[in-house]
Design a protein around this ligand. Sequence first.
Ligand SMILES: Cc1cc2nc3c(=O)[nH]c(=O)nc-3n(C[C@H](O)[C@H](O)[C@H](O)COP(=O)(O)OP(=O)(O)OC[C@H]3O[C@@H](n4cnc5c(N)ncnc54)[C@H](O)[C@@H]3O)c2cc1C
Length: 406
Amino acid sequence: MKFLVAGAGLAGLNAAWELVKAGHSVEVFESNDRVGGRCWSETLSNGEVIEHGGEFIDVNDHTIRRLCAEFGLPIVSLGITFDRRWQVDGTIMSSGELAENIRNLTEAAERLVEKQGYRTSLREVAREAYGPDYASLPYCQKLFATTTCDPDKVNGIAIARMFQGHSKGYIEHRGRVMAGNDAVAKEIHRRIGDIVRFNTPIVEITQDDTGVRMTSASGEVFRGDQAVIAVPLPRLQKLIGTVDLPPLMRMAIEGRVMGAAAKLNIVVSGDAPPRGMQAPGAPWWSWSTEANEGYKARGALTVYAGGKATMDTLRLDDGGKYWLEQARRYRTDLNVSDDYILTNWGTNPHTGGAYSMPGLDWEPEQDNVFSQAVGRIAFAGEHTHFASLNGALESGARAAKLLTLI
Ligand SMILES: Cc1cc2nc3c(=O)[nH]c(=O)nc-3n(C[C@H](O)[C@H](O)[C@H](O)COP(=O)(O)OP(=O)(O)OC[C@H]3O[C@@H](n4cnc5c(N)ncnc54)[C@H](O)[C@@H]3O)c2cc1C
């Protein structure tokens, strides 16, 4: 059996690997000149490994943790709490307060379902949960930044349920792959062999009784028996014009929203402990994480902004200079250098954004639409499962399984 895979991020790679392991012939098409997609690591001038994209590996991200164990890739603790961030006044939310914030959000969401149905925005849920001052509350700032989307355009019920279900009490101790998270992508690539065609964006996909056909931007046509489509949401939204989809699946794809986010990875020095800290009076934050050799911060500070509205306030057009100054002004625990890398996922041509959330028209029935193949095609990618590194990997394995069970 010959399989075609579009996209060599974690989702497409893991699908390809499962298929290769099952003895199939596989070809992968990637628009970029590297594997990994939004899982993309780099080394700063002082030797610290940083992540342009996906960074935090949760305790219950079992698939990526299992793969790292299999590949011999150590995961080290970040030494900071993701959901509880320090404020500049030296306060930090307690675990009990965090649990209460999450509970308030989910209870507000369920009240609003009763009152007005599922078509409820994240902003409406936040206002219901936290009152008129919701936007200045630390948990709400974290929520809006993490979802990366306009809170008026994404579904608050879906998001509240997702965060409650995902956290399940595992709120601390996230980690990162010591060699860089993209070591996972590179290792899968090494194991599947030389089957990835780079700089080959797929622009059309069709299927009929005889097989599937993918066409690249340069007009090359590739044929196979079955296919996995694992390109980011905005690219998928363009590709589905030529594929007959069940109405619910089409709604799930067309109605989902891609968010925007940016990161500034800066060389820093000092003896301060690792710390995730909210910017004063602003919805972005930054973190310095634990050094491999002990309880001291690494020589790297990551500054993160989620959502276009926040990014617009940071004047990213100047290449990150203004944002660097804002970060330096409040991260007085560190010596913040001028040596940095800015990554703006809002303008990334390969992904068309950062990661995605369910849109306003989401309904619970949409959650399982990708657990079926459509003829000879299965879909993978964070937008089909959970917007994380682990979610992408799991979606790839699911797509491979769906097709090989046919
Ligand atoms: C700033 C940021 C922070 C994040 N933080 C975290 C985090 O802390 N923890 C976490 O778990 N996750 C995080 N994520 C999310 C995580 O990185 C993603 O969910 C995951 O990497 C997505 O993998 P994917 O395979 O679905 O998509 P991608 O990695 O985007 O892979 C899709 C691939 O398809 C290629 N492609 C695009 N168009 C075409 C085409 N037409 N034809 C062929 N190929 C194409 C792309 O170049 C890309 O390589 C973050 C993401 C970002 C951007």
